[in-house]
Ligand binder design. Structure first.
Ligand code: 2E7
Ligand code: F3S
Length: 316
């Protein structure tokens, strides 16, 4: 049977960001340094393949610190943790390594500085996401108000409308966040915040690349996990940019081939926590069914790298 031709637009940048690279390295180096088991509080990054791979090397994933013994090292995930978590690890005299992305730590510091100046903080983020919990947890309970939508902005009750600041989650939709920031500034003209928002370079670049390929693609697949905020945003961005079929797939086995019947173009991207191996698996699956021509569409080049914490660079 002759295969029908398919142009596959491969969005670039896609996949691992510098914070994910660093977080995975931290777990690997901690196992090398201290031996197994090393505990990891929360999925180090939101990807089952990554987590399973590290578990096979000796990592034990838990949701809460009280599931860890005192005498084994624990690593905090890339999404960040409330202040109470390292404080409790210290109280228990545990060895801990914080794999919080430095771009999230920067937001934590921002929030603290605003609070020191007596400003009440509004966080733009998704309720229940670990990054939001971690950032809000830099300050005492109730100090940080959460808004998820433009509608929320109209509803929030603040202490003093003239003494406010805002921070954001790093993986939000750039376009949706612009609208929420505009609503905050319209309601509270004195609110202070970052130049635009706190969305990171990786989120921004992956969304831009998806916007470049989505309008010319019959379908777009994002390799990523259902609990990965930045990956889910890529699917939304694709749909908004005019792609009529945009789907999240964890790996090739998730592809709904019937829905792709008759397509001539497809775009592929990957969230910041999705390994390139899984992207290749998806491309190979297309090759078995179509006569594929891959076209890389690159909208930015990234050179960001983060060092692992010093404790892991020193001999045991
Ligand atoms: C940490 C941060 O693990 P992810 O899928 O996380 P999100 O936040 O998108 O659910 O991706 C990597 C990552 C992104 N942001 C890790 Cl704060
Ligand atoms: Fe950090 Fe952004 Fe990646 S916040 S972990 S660089 S998606």
């Amino acid at each position: 049977m002759t295969k029908s031709p398919l142009t596959l637009y491969l969005a670039a940048p896609r996949g691992f960001c510098a914070g994910v690279d660093r977080a995975i390295k931290i777990v690997e180096m901690a196992i090398e340094k201290w031996g197994a088991p090393v505990y990891v509080r929360h999925e180090i990054v939101h990807n089952k393949f990554v987590v399973d791979g590290l578990r096979a090397k000796g990592a034990v994933f838990v949701e809460e610190l009280d599931e860890c013994p005192d005498d084994r090292p624990v690593i905090f995930s890339a999404h960040g943790v409330p202040k109470a978590i390292p404080a409790e690890a210290e109280r228990r005299k545990m060895i801990y390594v914080d794999a919080t992305c430095p771009l999230v730590s920067k937001v934590h510091i921002e929030a603290e500085r605003h609070a020191e100046r007596g400003l009440q903080i509004i966080m733009i983020g998704h309720r229940g996401h670990p990054e939001t919990i971690g950032t809000m947890g830099q300050l005492p309970e109730g100090e940080v108000l959460l808004v998820e939508t433009v509608e929320d902005v109209a509803r929030i009750a603040v202490r003093d409308p003239e003494r406010l600041a805002f921070v954001t989650q790093t993986t939000l939709s750039v376009d949706d966040t612009r609208d929420i920031v505009a609503a905050l500034q319209a309601r509270f003209p004195q609110i202070v915040g970052p130049h635009k928002e706190d969305i990171c370079y990786a989120t921004t670049n992956r969304q831009e690349a998806v916007k470049a390929v989505a309008p010319k693609s019959d379908a777009l697949l994002v390799v990523g996990a259902p609990n990965s905020s930045n990956s889910r945003r890529l699917v939304e961005v694709a749909a908004k940019a005019g792609c009529s079929y945009a789907q999240l797939v964890q790996r090739a086995g998730d592809i709904d081939w019937r829905a792709l019947d008759g397509i001539a173009t497809v775009a592929v991207s990957a969230g910041a926590s999705a390994p390139e191996l899984l992207v290749n698996e998806v491309i190979d699956a297309f090759r078995t069914r179509f006569d594929v021509t891959v076209e890389v569409v690159e909208t930015a080049v990234e050179h960001v790298e983060f060092k692992v914490p010093r404790v892991l660079r020193q001999p045991a």
